[in-house]
Design a protein around this ligand. Structure first.
Ligand code: FMN
Length: 341
């Protein structure tokens, strides 16, 4: 089966993409995933805090501008003492990766507030990025911040980045909106060429011995893929020409197939490539091919979206019906749900 795939207006040789992670942070590993057959790579993120820290350093070198200094300083997570590294090494990585690889190299920009820092996206494009993946990673922790404000902030950031570049922009999103589908549509309306579903939050955990709370990054599990798959199935065919990328929980070739059946244009992998090594992309691709042959699919187009929620269906009702049916099924496994009278 021909695996050629359109994503963000780019032509990829495969729908399997290496997601932003340490796998894409070094040239040797990038070459390995390319050799293993992925269609594109997303580099690890350059963070808003890094860009602002660089601005701060530049200001120090020239003249001190009190207002700008104050603004830039207020965005640093631990104050100016935390050295996150400047922007130059990142741009060099984009440049080297783009020169070394045949497949498209997507640079990742990660932030949570609108502002001039987003202009760095243009430097990523100049360095050779074929597209920008904009990761809006924001956990609204203030009780005074409304959902409408959070959404407006997303749209402002997307608008800034889209305006800064001529390459396509994909937006990596949180699943936690009161109306994820409406936000997805608004982001596309704001100029995004695609959506990457979803961001996986680094959730802090409590260490009951040390009596501390700390962010605890873990690799994903297969079950986590269901959240993105649910939304991809709902959004497929509803966002015009915008692309959909599935990220999270892709451990086997069956997971890749499931995301494609739901309607993903591309399927991304980070945890599985970290767990099994960059060469594991060969297994995922071969497994996808074998599955498609076994199921009699002649083309990727026939697979893509075959199990999506139909565009004429009422998405709310489909989800509600699925929920009720799932609970009814649960009776058979866990016992009757009807209350005692
Ligand atoms: C160690 C590690 C580092 C990551 N770094 C980034 C990053 O810099 N930017 C980003 O957008 N996502 C980052 N991610 C998230 C992945 O790109 C991916 O979206 C997420 O892990 C879910 O996919 P998976 O289930 O295949 O791991 C990282 C994930 C891991 C495990």
């Amino acid at each position: 089966m021909d695996l050629t795939t359109a994503y963000l207006g780019l032509t990829l040789r495969s729908p399997l993409v290496a997601s932003a992670s340490p796998v894409t942070s070094r040239l040797d590993r990038l070459r390995m995933v390319e050799d293993a057959g992925v269609g594109a790579v997303v580099l690890p993120s350059l963070f808003e805090e890094q860009v602002r820290q660089q601005e701060l350093a530049d200001l120090e070198l020239t003249e001190r501008h009190e207002h700008a200094w104050g603004e830039a300083q207020s965005y640093l997570p631990g104050g100016p003492d935390v050295d996150l590294g400047g922007t130059a090494p990142y741009l060099r990585h984009v440049e080297r990766a783009a020169a070394a690889l045949e497949i498209p190299v997507i640079a990742s920009l990660n932030g949570s507030t609108p502002g001039g820092w987003t202009g760095i996206a243009r430097s990523m494009e100049t360095a050779g990025a074929a597209a920008i993946e904009l990761n809006v990673y924001a956990v609204p922790g203030r009780t005074s911040l409304t959902g409408a404000e959070v959404e407006a902030r997303h749209l402002d950031i997307v608008g800034d980045v889209v305006a800064a570049v001529s390459v396509p922009v994909a937006v990596k999103l949180s699943p936690y909106f009161s109306s994820t589908a409406a936000v997805a549509a608004a982001i596309v309306e704001a100029g995004a060429s695609g959506l990457v579903l979803f961001n996986r939050f680094v959730q802090p955990d409590v260490d009951v011995e040390a009596l501390t709370v700390h962010p605890y990054p873990t690799l994903s599990t297969r079950d986590e893929g269901r959240l993105a798959r649910t939304w991809i199935a709902l959004l497929h065919g509803r966002l015009g020409v915008a692309s959909l990328a599935a990220t999270t929980g892709v451990e086997t070739a069956e997971d890749v197939a499931a995301d494609l059946l739901a309607g993903a244009d591309v399927v991304m992998s980070a945890s599985a490539l970290l767990r099994h090594g960059p060469g594991y992309a060969v297994d995922l691709t071969a497994g996808l091919q074998a599955w498609a042959e076994r199921k009699g699919f002649a083309s990727l187009d026939a697979v893509r979206g075959a199990l999506a929620v139909g565009v004429d269906a009422d998405g709310d009702r489909v989800e509600r019906a699925g929920y009720v049916a799932a609970l009814a099924q649960a009776r058979a496994v866990y016992g009757d749900l009807t209350v005692e009278s």
